[in-house]
Design a protein around this ligand. Structure first.
Ligand code: G3P
Length: 214
């Protein structure tokens, strides 16, 4: 399973990359806005620290504009994946971008039929937002399961990129179901490492080590 960090914070990204478990990065306009810097500058900086797919989102909502912006973003670096909203104009643009050899990440996916159409349009990744479905009383993990099943049934190459992951159990279940990628906020990456028995065990080992002669 590939793990991406869902962040536009360079310090966080560097720290996660140093742990050696990060395969790529996803960003969105909300994450970029928090940095107070331009999208292009942030994306260029991320490209310097991560050698893997880096999703950068278009702001246009018409197919022509999405393709235009997508080509500009893709020209920044070969690792750029153009993030496109899951609307009719977006799906149309994905077909054009993928025919031009540009990788796409179709975002804001909240249903399996949406994911099916994104795969048919040639999306490289589909991003179902499972946490946001849970937020309104739905079952985000069920959506991941449906998409994995449908893609497997028909052999679609689009990768399932589980997004809006809020806690370690989300990741665990996505891995069990066979999601190709999970994009995770830095805070949750740190939570994945934590176990009280690890901390207790280490403290005990270090204490006992003091009794070792020599
Ligand atoms: O980047 C897309 C997605 O991961 C956003 O997550 O927590 O804002 O629902 P969240």
């Amino acid at each position: 399973m590939k793990i991406f960090i869902d962040s536009a914070d360079i310090a966080e990204i560097k720290d996660a990359v140093a742990m050696g478990c990060i395969d790529g990065v996803t960003t969105n306009p909300s994450l970029i806005a928090k940095t107070g810097r331009s999208l292009e500058k942030v994306i260029r900086d991320i490209c310097e620290v991560v050698d893997g797919p880096i999703s950068a989102e278009v702001l246009a909502t018409d197919a022509e504009g999405i393709v235009r912006e997508g080509k500009i973003l893709a020209a920044i670096h070969p690792n750029i994946v153009v993030k496109v909203p899951l609307i009719a104009e977006g799906i149309r643009a994905v077909r054009t971008l993928s025919s031009a050899g540009i990788n796409t990440n179709v975002t804001l996916c909240f249903s399996a039929p949406q994911a099916l159409l994104a795969a048919k349009a040639g999306a490289t990744y589909i991003s179902p937002f499972l946490g946001r479905i849970d937020d309104i009383g739905g079952d985000g993990l069920e959506l991941i399961s449906q998409i994995v099943t449908i893609y497997n049934n028909y052999g679609y190459e689009t990768e399932v990129l589980a997004a809006s992951i809020r806690h370690p159990v989300h990741l665990l279940r996505c891995a069990e179901m066979g999601a190709d990628v999970a994009t995770i906020p830095y805070k949750v990456i740190l939570q994945l490492l934590k176990h009280p028995l690890t901390d207790l065990g280490l403290a005990q080992f270090l204490e006992d080590a003091k009794k070792i002669p020599g």
